[in-house]
Design a protein around this ligand. Structure first.
Ligand SMILES: Nc1ncnc2c1ncn2[C@@H]1O[C@H](COP(=O)(O)OP(=O)(O)O)[C@@H](O)[C@H]1O
Ligand SMILES: [Mg+2]
Length: 363
């Protein structure tokens, strides 16, 4: 073995390898750790900026190729872990916001109107992130239709309430790797929405600050439709890493989405991108055809017009609805389906954009 093979040589070989999204050297980003050598066997840890990194394989391959080229190296073993960087707040963000200790990122899933699949996207995003190894919570802030408990298989769960020194604390139920609190756990389903309204601000604050969330990489918030009090309360209370706008390809849905989007922009919450849902329908008995039930290309056009990324297009598939009804989200029930793949890809892009934002302040 040549005498030149030491840790410094290995780090030098890795120095030109960049994180494709951050466009900086992995070594300079401190993403390469624990370099070890044993004869011609080299091993190190690659610390990604999110467990949901979409480019994981590519980065590992680049690292292996760079080190494998060194004379004397026979095998390269890369252990992959992740440390999600903490969100530091937006410049120009609202005053008096109070972050939640232990929670690195809060992500709002929003839309201009109901029924576009916001909860479906929120639930599947949360579960997909958890599947990839992230610590995830889901806050259902929809006072009109709090249906994430059913979608998460927690329809009959209760939040345990404990009395601590600082008052009441809620213990969130947990399923599919995700901790959940929902309006459904606290409000009487038969109570008219007009009575629920004034409780909203208090409940959202309780859900943020009086829940045993523990350490979370991501807290996903399923918002009620529109541009109302819940959005305002949330944006005023906590610094949010970003919002995902869900829409269908329909023109009216897109007009609503634009309104929702503008509200978050005014609240200085970065828009991570647009997720188009119910993009097309493939009949189960005729997989060779595809119907654009709600029009086509709406999400793409809006994304282009507004200079935002289109994070993905989720088809209308019967098992997505069944997964919602049965409490087994499609990303778990049928990971190979087109909708599950689109949802996982959306989750990865959201995670990647949030990491870039946290590290550079730029999406
Ligand atoms: N891609 C999809 N394919 C099939 N059904 C869907 C899809 N997205 C949502 N749904 C169904 O449409 C209904 C409304 O979705 P939901 O997520 O509750 O919308 P929102 O939260 O925006 O009101 C639910 O019954 C859900 O299961
Ligand atoms: Mg909903």
């Amino acid at each position: 073995m040549p005498a030149t093979l030491d840790k410094a040589t290995i780090l030098d070989a890795l120095r030109p390898v960049q994180d494709p999204e951050l466009q900086k050297s992995l070594v300079e980003l401190n993403m390469i750790r624990n370099v070890e050598m044993d004869g011609g066997q080299v091993s190190f840890t690659l610390v990604l900026t999110t467990p949901a990194c979409p480019l994981r394989e590519l980065i590992v391959d680049d690292c292996k190729a760079a080190v494998g080229k060194l004379p004397g190296v026979n095998t390269v073993t890369v252990e992959v872990t992740a440390e999600t960087p903490q969100f530091k707040g937006n410049s120009g963000g609202l005053p008096d916001q109070e972050g939640i200790p232990g929670i690195k990122h809060i992500i709002a899933i929003t839309s201009g109107k109901g029924g576009v699949g916001k909860s479906t996207v929120a639930v599947n995003l949360a579960v997909a992130l958890a599947q990839m190894g992230a610590k995830v919570g889901l806050l259902d802030a929809d006072i009109y239709g709090p249906n994430t408990p059913n979608m998460m298989g927690l329809g009959s769960a209760n939040v345990a309430v404990e009395q601590g020194p600082q008052g009441e604390r809620l213990e969130p139920p947990f399923n599919h790797g995700v901790k959940l609190v929902s309006m459904a756990f606290l409000i009487d389903p038969d109570q008219p929405v007009m009575w629920r309204g004034p409780m909203l601000n208090g409940i959202i604050r309780k859900f943020l600050y009086q829940v045993n969330w523990g350490e979370l990489d991501y807290l996903v918030v399923d918002m009620p439709p529109g541009t109302g009090d819940a959005q305002l309360t949330l944006a005023q209370a906590v610094p949010m890493s970003g919002a995902v706008v869900v829409t269908t390809p329909q023109t009216v849905a897109l007009q609503d989405a634009r309104r929702g989007l503008r509200m978050f922009q005014q609240l200085k919450v970065p828009i991570l991108g647009i997720a188009e849902n119910m993009s097309y329908f493939v009949p189960p008995d005729r997989p060779e055809v595809s119907y654009d039930i709600f029009g086509s290309k709406g999400g793409e056009t809006t994304a282009q017009e507004l200079g935002l990324p289109l994070l993905g297009c989720v088809p209308l598939e019967i098992p997505v609805r069944e997964g919602g009804d049965n409490g087994l989200p499609i990303v778990l029930a049928d990971p190979d389906s087109a909708s599950a793949k689109a949802l996982v890809s959306i989750a990865q892009q959201v995670a990647a954009r949030i990491s870039v934002l946290a590290l550079t302040g730029d999406t």
